[in-house]
Design a protein around this ligand. Sequence first.
Ligand SMILES: C[S@@+](CC[C@H](N)C(=O)[O-])C[C@H]1O[C@@H](n2cnc3c(N)ncnc32)[C@H](O)[C@@H]1O
Length: 250
Amino acid sequence: MVDANEERSLMGYEEMSAVYDAVYVAMKDYAAEAERVRAVLERCALRPVLDVLDMGCGTGLHDQYLKEHYRVEGADLSPSQLAIARRRCPDLVFHQADMTNFELGRDYDAVICLFSSIGHVITEQRLHASIRAMARHVRPGGLVLIEPFIDPDEFRPGHLSVEHGSDRDAQVVRVSYSDRDGHVMKLTMHHYISHAGTVSVAEPVHMDIAMFTDQQLRDAMQASGLEVFHDPDGLMGRGLYIGRQPANNH
Ligand SMILES: C[S@@+](CC[C@H](N)C(=O)[O-])C[C@H]1O[C@@H](n2cnc3c(N)ncnc32)[C@H](O)[C@@H]1O
């Protein structure tokens, strides 16, 4: 049974999975981002990094590259995102899990949570619970990497964005706009899809994403016993929080 918070996290991805890769492969350089993740893991961990969990892995777009260097597992709440990830990386283990409350029964050298997946947890209480659960899965000297969403001060009212992408089957144009309710961005996305000679307009996708502040993210990481470092550039300009589990902890 899916509770109201899980439903809010899932909102959008079940409808959007079919066009997710077409839009984001065009928009983001996943291979380059995976290399940046790798540089951070190699530079900041106090232990050799071998086992990596990608929490909020989506369709496995980073994992297809990271698996060349690490033993990668993925986890996501959305069954439709996971189905695509499993097709993309049939050699990897993917878990259906809610980042706010998960227990996978094993540890990793690093847990990564990329492309603002953390924003879907919405409340500060669930932010703390998520970081706590990730930190609990990390070995001493290992890392939790959190790529945040935007800061609330960066919200631009009335901003429209248009993205264009394609994959083997379809061409997709996405028009999105957002409103805010306090610290939560209320995003609406319209997808125009050209497939087999016809163009259709999908039902609008609605998504909530929390804009946590720098202080909220640092507090949540510190409360979980992590030593916090911040890289302002990160993977795609949104910054990256690097939480390190003390070497003698656990
Ligand atoms: C913006 S996508 C990022 C996916 C992937 N990391 C990427 O870079 O393409 C956010 C992902 O977070 C997942 N998600 C949302 N809420 C979640 C939760 N509570 N637990 C685990 N995954 C969640 C969504 O299903 C979605 O796949």
